[in-house]
Design a protein around this ligand. Structure first.
Ligand code: SAH
Ligand code: SF4
Length: 410
């Protein structure tokens, strides 16, 4: 470990006072993560008239996603009796903030703790979400699973077994929480301890599904959350500014383009099957040929809307000139961007990052083939917020432990 340890002292970690947050109420239906139709159906269940259902679901949607309301009391245009009825039956859960860290480069990392409303007796899970401010944009990197079923050799998350999939509400809540903390909702204020872009623009302009987990192994929940996040009457994030990164779950690539319409990133990392089988083991199931074919036919792909190919620079493994030339050759017929990621080390990681001169030489070959600024600057390494460094302490329980907890709960 190099940079991480050296800079640790400068990073700020503070536990937040979360005592004002009500404990989760599992008996009440959580509205966060339900789509408009589902919210309307819940209102019908409460006995509202059709006309009121339309009006109230519109109001609720606006309060939840435009205003970021986390309690019904704030909903000033909803009558008092309706607010009381909603508060009795519905919840607007937010996770607990376990820590919030700010890197010396302004990157912020939150550890959020979620309780599973369907299994309130199960231990809560911890999820990492990262915010990366830049001069012209602010990118939120969100997680889709706790842990991962896959075991890519260079990835810290890959050493944490899959604990569980996150629900649509939990995926969306990461965006809501970050917007709240960064002052992105009306009336909010920007924190002054980071490099959050100032001015009238939103702090969060882009969202990447590049945190913990493989989003295409939690397809339905990710899809639902992204459709809500891009809804024009709500959070209203542009679909072009949402990027889903996959290690290559080929059967879900076409549906991602057709049903979600978000931008796609592929964790390529190797240019031949032999090496990719080793580094990204899902390649044994869907090898390069199938993966690249799915990319070529990704819905909505054109020169203005390219696929990003991520390539982690591993010393002596995948960083030769021949690798660079093969990379360019492989992607020749696909509208592509190439993103070279300096390997971010983590405790016990089996790889080293390529030397800077090597990365530059590799980037030069890629550059000469017409790909602009291909190297991704590592951000937030001092707080372990960089690509592939995320891993929470949450552990998967054995079947026996789960059964015992369920039984104790009756
Ligand atoms: N599971 C998805 C998304 C999460 S990983 C996927 O694999 O695409 C987000 C990106 O970070 C991927 O490209 C991943 O390969 C890369 N990554 C993982 N570990 C890394 C590390 N230690 N250093 C640099 N990049 C890493
Ligand atoms: Fe899972 Fe992605 Fe990490 Fe691979 S790189 S182990 S798919 S999170």
């Amino acid at each position: 470990m190099t940079i991480g340890t050296a800079l640790d002292l400068h990073a700020m970690t503070h536990a937040l006072d979360i005592s004002h947050r009500p404990a989760p109420q599992p008996a009440r239906q959580d509205l966060i993560g339900l789509d408009r139709e589902e919210i309307a159906a819940k209102l019908i269940d409460l006995g509202l008239e059709a006309r009121d259902v339309r009006m109230r679901s519109k109001q609720l949607w606006n309060w939840l996603y435009v205003n970021g309301a986390s309690d019904f009391e704030r909903m000033s245009n909803v009558s008092k009796p309706a607010r009381a009825l909603f508060a009795e039956h519905f919840a607007l859960s937010r996770p607990e903030i376990v820590t919030e860290q700010v890197s010396i480069d302004g990157t912020r990392k939150w550890l959020f703790r979620f309780t599973d409303p369907e299994h309130p007796n199960m231990p809560p899970v911890d999820v990492e979400t990262v915010y990366i401010p830049e001069a012209d944009r602010g990118t939120l990197c969100i997680s889709s699973q706790v842990g991962c079923t896959l075991t890519c050799t260079f990835c810290h998350t890959g050493t944490q077994k899959l604990v569980r999939n996150l629900s649509a509400g939990e995926i969306l809540s990461q965006i809501l929480m970050a917007r709240e903390r960064l002052g992105d909702f009306p009336g909010g204020s920007r924190p002054t301890d980071g490099l959050v872009p100032a001015g009238g623009t939103r702090a969060i302009t882009n969202v990447v599904l590049m945190g913990m987990g493989e989003p295409l192994y939690n397809y339905e929940n990710v899809k639902k959350a992204m459709l809500i996040a891009s809804d024009g009457d709500g959070i209203s994030l542009s679909k072009r500014r949402i990027t889903l990164s996959t290690s290559g779950v080929v059967p879900f690539i076409e549906p991602t383009g057709r049903e979600m319409g978000v931008s796609l990133a592929i964790s390529l990392h190797a240019v031949n099957d032999e090496l990719r089988n080793e580094l990204v083991p899902i390649n044994k199931k869907w090898p390069l040929k199938e993966l690249l074919e799915a990319c070529r036919t990704y819905p909505g792909l054109n020169n203005a809307r390219r696929i990003t190919f991520e390539y982690v620079m591993l010393k002596g493994i995948n960083d030769s000139d021949a690798d660079a030339r093969e990379l360019v050759r492989l992607l020749a017929k696909i509208p592509a961007k190439i993103n070279l990621i300096p390997f971010n080390p983590w405790p016990g990681s089996p790889h080293e990052c390529s030397d800077w001169a090597r990365i530059e030489q590799f980037a030069d070959i890629v550059n000469r083939a017409g790909y602009a600024s291909p190297v991704r600057t590592p951000r937030g390494r001092d707080i372990f917020a960089a690509c592939g460094q995320l891993k929470s302490e949450s552990e998967r329980l054995s079947r026996k432990e789960r059964d015992a907890l369920e039984a104790a709960a009756g």
